[in-house]
Design a protein around this ligand. Structure first.
Ligand code: ZN
Length: 251
């Protein structure tokens, strides 16, 4: 089975469309949450996600923007974007976001794989460092976890005495590229497909991944998208200009 993995789209329609345009044909699709927040197309991206179907787990921005949680724990910039998004989401779309399941969640046919926004131990926890990954890798009974939340594309692999944080190595900074990782039997993995619409790993390109369960391989992708279009929309929407500027830096 081939699974298309999208995460942290953050209301960036241009980035989402660029990923979907080049993604290989897959048998199912999993969205790891944070569909909205930061970007200026929350309704368009929510409705596109609904039409794509598949499994969708909720992210912290989905919860805050749909009124499930208070944005007081967010940094000021993220908090402003939450309030803007609340004002602009249709009631139907807010309701759909509010009802998204909490991860980790599994899908039929893939018993050794699970999907969550943050950590398998806590949907809101960040797994950024090797140390952050230790407890989840040691305690979760499911060998392969796909997660998002950090916006950093990569693979964490357990090994005796520690973990390896594997980042893809790309040759360019602006072309479409991909990088494949084989998942060995007997090791546990945390895999982050990267952020579609708000990359924070220094690479401005939209990120996504494809998991091939029969080959036990993950392919990580980076795709250039209409950055200017996404930025112009943010400025026109009167969202903080910094949200537009930082898209270009991938930070
Ligand atoms: Zn996010």
């Amino acid at each position: 089975m081939r699974v298309l993995l999208l995460s942290d789209i953050h209301a960036n329609l241009e980035a989402l469309e660029a990923c979907l345009a080049v993604a290989p044909k897959c048998d199912s699709i999993v969205n790891l949450g944070d569909i909205v927040g930061y970007g200026a197309s929350p309704n368009e991206v929510t409705e596109r996600s609904q039409r794509l179907g598949g499994l969708v787990v909720r992210g912290n921005h989905d919860k805050a923007c749909s009124g499930l949680t208070d944005p007081k724990d967010f940094n000021p910039l993220a908090g402003l974007a939450v309030l803007w998004t609340r004002d602009h989401l249709t009631p139907e779309n807010a309701n759909w976001l509010r009802l998204l399941p909490q991860g980790p969640v599994q899908i039929d046919g893939l018993p050794d794989v699970q999907f969550v926004h943050g950590s398998p131990l806590d949907e809101d926890e960040y797994v950024v460092t090797e140390a952050d990954a230790s407890q989840p890798l040691l305690t979760t009974p499911v060998p392969v976890t796909f997660f998002g939340h950090t916006h950093i594309q990569g693979v964490v692999k357990s090994r005796p005495g520690g973990n390896d944080f594997l980042r893809p190595e790309y040759r360019t900074v602006g072309q479409r590229e991909h990088c494949e990782f084989a998942l060995e039997q007997g090791s546990s993995y945390l895999v982050n497909p990267g952020s579609v619409g708000q990359p924070r790993d220094g690479d401005w390109r939209a990120a996504f991944a494809v998991f091939d369960s029969s080959a036990r391989a993950v392919t990580l992708y980076r795709v250039p998208y209409n950055l200017k279009g996404a930025q112009d929309r943010i400025v026109a929407a009167n969202l903080p200009r910094r949200l537009a500027n930082r898209l270009a830096a991938g930070r």
